[in-house]
Design a protein around this ligand. Structure first.
Ligand code: AMP
Length: 216
């Protein structure tokens, strides 16, 4: 089962991807995480894309397609969850080709739909545990003890440099200009499903499970 999670920044793609990894042994492929890793390990590519990411713009198709191609080579028993990829039509075509070369395809595409005003609140308060990846929020999901992850006890809590109002405005613009055409593309292919991203996390999870069961 190969699944694409589509949605604006803050729609909850990463949170749902983590749940799917836990429960279905799928592998999450987040190009955002891969790019952040490249940045923090100081690779030449990481340095090259850092400013682009901080401005909230998209990095080149060539870079992200290369990152995904590498990961697909290793295969995944439970299938892949594409989180934050594809973000352009060129990336969508490249992904279809890469999967076809392995005799695979995209089984379902889920759009997590959330209004822009909610995205601003969600993104501006969120922080993540650098150790276990758990996602927290100042108002809606604070840690019990400030500065300590409830899930694993780490104090390595991080905020993304692009989770600020200005970058978010740009990220939303990029989403509507370059990524939202994918909704029509996958709708035409008959693989698009829409879930209400405003619902509680467990309800979104149930809705996604329903889509996967119907597709599987
Ligand atoms: P994300 O963690 O998915 O919100 O991605 C963070 C940033 O990484 C984005 O704002 C882009 O600058 C870059 N990025 C991640 N995935 C892609 C992609 N598929 N295509 C282009 N840029 C990407």
């Amino acid at each position: 089962m190969n699944l694409i999670l589509l949605g604006a920044p803050g729609a909850g793609k990463g949170t749902q991807a983590r749940l799917l990894v836990e429960k279905r042994k799928m592998q999450q492929l987040s190009t955002g995480d891969m790019l952040r890793e490249a940045r923090s390990s100081g690779t030449e590519m990481g340095q090259r894309v850092a400013a682009v990411m901080d401005r909230g713009e998209l990095v080149t198709d060539e870079i992200v397609i290369g990152l995904i191609a590498e990961k697909l080579d290793s295969g995944s028993e439970g299938g892949f969850i594409f989180d934050g990829f594809p973000r352009t039509l060129a990336q969508a075509d490249a992904l279809a080709d890469l999967l076809a070369a392995k005799g695979q395809a995209i089984d379902a595409v889920i759009e997590m739909r959330v209004e822009d005003e909610v995205l601003v609140d969600r993104v501006s308060g969120r922080f993540t545990c650098g150790n276990c990846g758990e996602v927290w929020h100042d108002k809606t999901r604070p840690t019990k003890v400030e500065g300590v992850c409830d899930a694993c006890g780490s104090t390595d809590l991080r905020r993304r440099p692009d989770d600020n109002a200005e970058s978010l405005r740009q990220r939303l613009m990029e989403y509507y200009k370059k990524t939202s055409p994918l909704l029509g593309y996958y709708h035409a292919k008959g693989s698009l499903h829409v879930v209400n991203g405003l619902a509680p996390v467990s309800d979104v999870e149930t809705a996604i499970s329903g889509v996967l069961e119907a597709a599987g």
